[in-house]
Ligand binder design. Structure first.
Ligand code: 13P
Length: 288
């Protein structure tokens, strides 16, 4: 199965009322864990790569070049899209040049007119290349890749203008946060989400910061038009806890338990399991 844009999977999610999970790649091993999760759950999947991970994993071209043969090797038969997460204008262009067929342009920290103009330019480029584009209004709270968002709620009028361009996915801040949620978190703003849905029509909405959001809230967000949920932290926490248990049990000192393949195996299995649970929660399991 070749790398796809997110177009067809989003259309199906829209038609059948579910959301697709975007799982963040953090290292080569996470590619294997998430591909196996999607195959086991019979779910479409987006693999997200943030700017910091692009560098860590060897650049856009390396990531594109390894993914198809990796999928072939693992005999992956479900739809997979590789997606640049929170790219700048230049990063989105570089990813497209390298063969990404789905990118996010995060212009949410720019003056809105600039965000709109750059989104339109990138959309034209994506359309030309058969790629999908995600844009954002209203910065998220929390921190990702060392960048701290202000946690501003999206302005529905700005959402309407971006959606009217014809972007393929729209991420809108509705009280969601990257990373762990604070104790006093007020929850997702469903009234705002419903307003955004009303003014943006059919554009698939994206919920970033999908970790730590109670299941009932995730389900409600999907009912209100969220078609992609981004997840990273929950998988990483499960991964790290399992690796910690392995080391604390002294397993790295037995036989060749210090080898990365052995050392990381429980962590990867834990991340894989969390991903499958998320796919079941988002309703994408069994859809591929
Ligand atoms: P979490 O790490 O909070 O799950 O957020 C992931 C994300 O939104 C990636 O863009």
């Amino acid at each position: 199965m070749p790398l796809l844009s997110a177009k067809e999977m989003l259309n199906d999610a829209q038609e059948r009322g579910y959301a697709i999970g975007q799982f963040s790649l953090n290292h080569l091993e996470s590619v294997r864990a998430y591909l196996l999760a999607a195959e086991a759950a019979r779910s479409p999947i987006l693999l997200g790569v943030s700017r910091g991970m692009v560098d860590y994993m060897g650049g856009h071209r390396t990531i594109v070049a390894m993914l198809e043969p990796f999928m072939e090797h693992l005999v992956i038969t479900v739809p997979v899209a590789l997606h640049l997460d929170h790219g700048s204008y230049d990063e989105a262009r570089a990813a497209l040049r390298a063969g990404f067929r789905s990118v996010m342009f995060d212009g949410s920290a720019l003056p809105f007119e600039e965000n709109l103009k750059m989104s339109a330019a990138l959309l034209a480029l994506c359309e030309e290349q058969g790629a999908t584009l995600e844009c954002e209004v209203g910065t998220l709270g929390g921190e990702e890749d060392g960048i701290r968002g202000k946690g501003e709620l999206a302005d529905p009028a700005e959402c309407r203008q971006l959606a009217a361009l014809g972007v393929h996915m729209l991420a809108a801040g509705i009280g969601n946060v990257h990373g762990e949620y604070p104790e006093d978190w007020a929850g997702l703003d469903f009234e705002l989400l419903a307003t955004i849905r009303r003014v943006t029509g059919e554009v698939p909405l994206v919920l970033h910061g999908g970790s730590g959001v109670p299941s009932s809230m995730v389900r409600r967000a999907i009912e209100l038009g969220v078609r992609k949920v981004n997840v990273n932290t929950d998988c990483l926490l499960a991964f790290t806890a399992a690796v910690r248990r392995y080391i604390e049990a002294g397993k790295d000192r037995v036989n060749k338990g210090y080898q990365p393949k052995a050392l990381l195996a429980d962590g990867l299995e834990a991340a894989r399991r969390v991903a499958v649970e998320k796919m079941e929660l988002f309703g994408s399991a069994g859809k591929a």
